[in-house]
Design a protein. Sequence first.
Lengths: 566, 381
Amino acid sequence: MDYATLLQLLDSTLRLATPLLLACLAGLYSERSGVFDIGLEGKMLVAAMCAGAVAFYSGSAWVGALAGIGGSLIFALIHGVTSITFRGNQLIAGVALNFLASGLTVLTAQALFGQGGRTPPLTGAARFGELTLPFAEALRPVPVIGPLYAEVISGHSVLVYMAFAIVALTWFVLYRTRYGLRLRAVGENPAAVDTAGVSVVGLSAVRLLPGAGDAAGHCGRDRAGEGAGVLHRGPALHPDRHRAGRLHRQGDPAPRGRRALCEGTLTLRRKSSFSSADIPRGVRGVRNPPLLRPARGDPMSDAETLVRLIRARSGDAPVALGLILGSGLGHLAHAVDGVAIPYADLPGFPHVGVSGHNPNLHIGRLEGVRVAVFGAREHYYESGNPRAMLLPLQVLKALGAESLILTNAAGSMRPDVPPGSVMLLSDHINFSGLNPLIGEKTDARFVPMTDAHDPALREALKAAATSEGIDLPEGVYCWYSGPSFETPAEIRMLKLLGGDAVGMSTVPEVILARFLGLRVAAISTITNMAAGMSDERISHEHTKTMAPLGAAKLERILREFLRSRH
Amino acid sequence: MGWGGRPPFILEGRLMDRLPRWADVALVPFVSLTLAAIISALVIVAIGQDPWEAITVMVKGSVMNAYGWGYTLYYATSFIFTGLAVTVAFHAGLFNIGGEGQAQLGGLGVALTLLFIPWPHWTIALVAASLGAALFGAAWAAIPAYLQAKRGSHIVITTIMFNYIAASLMIFMLVDVLRPPGKMDPATANFPPATHLPSFNEIPGLNAIFTSGVPANVTFFIALAMAVVVWLLLWRTRLGYQIRAFGKSEPAARYAGINPTKIIMIAMLISGGLAGLMAINNVMGEAERLLGNSASGAGFIGIAVALMGRNHPIGVVLAALLFGFLFQGGAELGLWTKIPIELRTVVQGLVILFTGALDMMVRMLLVRIFALFRTSRLEAA
């Protein structure tokens, strides 16, 4: 390791140690006063959320920092009232506050910003910038010490310096003030202090406030200030993840302890290529939508206008679920008890030309669940636009749907999944190299795709298949742009890459749905073996004749799935 | 149950014994739950959603049909095990917060038992896997127990630390040791089909009710049996008496000749074993292979379940059902409404706060109300 690397290492050590240091100081105050504060975690989370949100609204890092302290003080107050005034068990109260914080922060951030339980990225004055200490540049040429001063000591955010100053301050408070003496005395022997006429209850309360509250608050605002300041949920896959200060959150209390050491463990998790294993099932990568943005141009009203137009015909009740039907599945659309609106009546909706498709939007009840069924989709190969389905999906989202089920016809690359069977997509490979999100302007375009195919929906679909007695294997779907079919060599390659089925749709819709925050699952009906897998000649005509076999199975699965949700 | 002629309260701190037993057992938890529900409803209103819709979706999706019950009971099964684990330790005055890690290790025990020995039938496999799960869970609790008994290390801290160690150990085991060659998924291979535990929809009789595939399986009955066993142990055996005596007062127990080291070790081993047993439900009964983060928070929820259930097996079973409902209902919320799934974490937090920590507040409130009734009755007489 050369000197420069060592300096870099020390530099990030200082930065990453700061939140830990502040949390430790909070723990120190409570330990010294005889309280084991297990709720530090929750206080830090609340502080992070308050700091991030208020810094965003106010545009000031300092106001955000104060809000962070305020938020954690409120939690400290609840903790204090519970365990002191009402003599509740402080450990239990701490556990409860941790649960509360890990849920409330996501709920609040989601309600305020609608970005999947995260606070928005902070820019400019809403973040604490780097402080360059005096003479840092002037001293840089001095051997050994110069770079150390310029690289390691200088150039941190003000919070890093404050954290170290607080260490000294804490020593002074504890050992050189009357308050410190009393605080330590309460911790060591509450009965003696009580006898001496000092209010144990009062002191303990006072200790909870500056101790846990303040330092935990510092930690939270540190998150807000130093890095991009995003309270972030979901897998640690963000391209910007190497920045310090993004508090990666997960949705469930299970790994919440790990979050305590926010930066420390974040580093660990980065190194593990299996980060998704840490994340509880059912919440992996579930993000909510960025602002609805129209497909083309800037008529912000596109989706809204369409929704008004649609609601005028279908009624105002929100739909629970969207369904996009692939080749040969049009029948299910006609089973919807409600209205059918031709795509032609919906400006901006795709002009679908493929034979065998049913270009209508059906809204109504299917097996008791209010659904929106898209009878047809526009494929990339039709006009070279991978974003073709963005507007329909925005409309679906605006109609109130939270989940989306996609269906398609695909060619199988697995001998054990013959034509006429159905396959649940466990994942996909975007073999086209295209992406519908290219051109999106905000960071929301970095959509995590771990568990893009929602585990909970998949479980429900599998359960539906089981109870219908239909075999529903899972597999990986490869998106091939089309419109020509694949060559046998390409199929051999896709097989080697881990694909199970190949088709010309669905993947862009999965990406768009995840971008919009819809939960999504997809099922393929296998209409043929992929090229070279058998001697059948592949043609569209063939697809159209084989599709009904799998389609009948798929319809039963979807109906049972909806019934079970009713 | 009379008032014994004493004034309704002397000191606020001694209010505990001033409530009739029925109020203590039923009314206090009920009021606590109501308070938690009211605040949850306020939270839902605050995020701009409809609490009535939320409760309708939760109830519909978890207890209004067999399918929902299949999930609710599945979650409840896990929570009964972890709740009992916390209960046993609690009676010995120990706060076992490490149920999560012990349950994960239990999963490892199940996986090792089932993967490497060809069991002829699921019944035999179930016995073996239960032993494996309990053994691994107990082993994981043994070290913190020993440190507490011999070195006085705070059991809360050590068990929390052991949760982290367990998590890392499991990642290592799944990624580097047990992952079948050629697979990318950090999970073991599937267990042999012979070890498949019957789900409710496969049990004759029950399958008339549970017509579609549900995760609830025979483990549910084992959980109920364990609740009975724990009750017998704590209130009908000499060991149980020793555990409770030690938990009530260590000096008194020591004076009575009870060996603290022995009691701490035994109580924690039983506790860890119970937490480990949870793995039969989720690892053997549901996933049928060992996945990462297999306990998915049930170890922590066990704390809430035990508190809510007043550390009594009957209470634990009832509280586990409630939390099973919250868990399944919360998942339904996330699936079918705009309310994020995290609401269930908030509700859990509130339930723990009110039933576990703000107990005294509710009691004080109730005692005031009872006193009010009493005074008015006296005046009327």
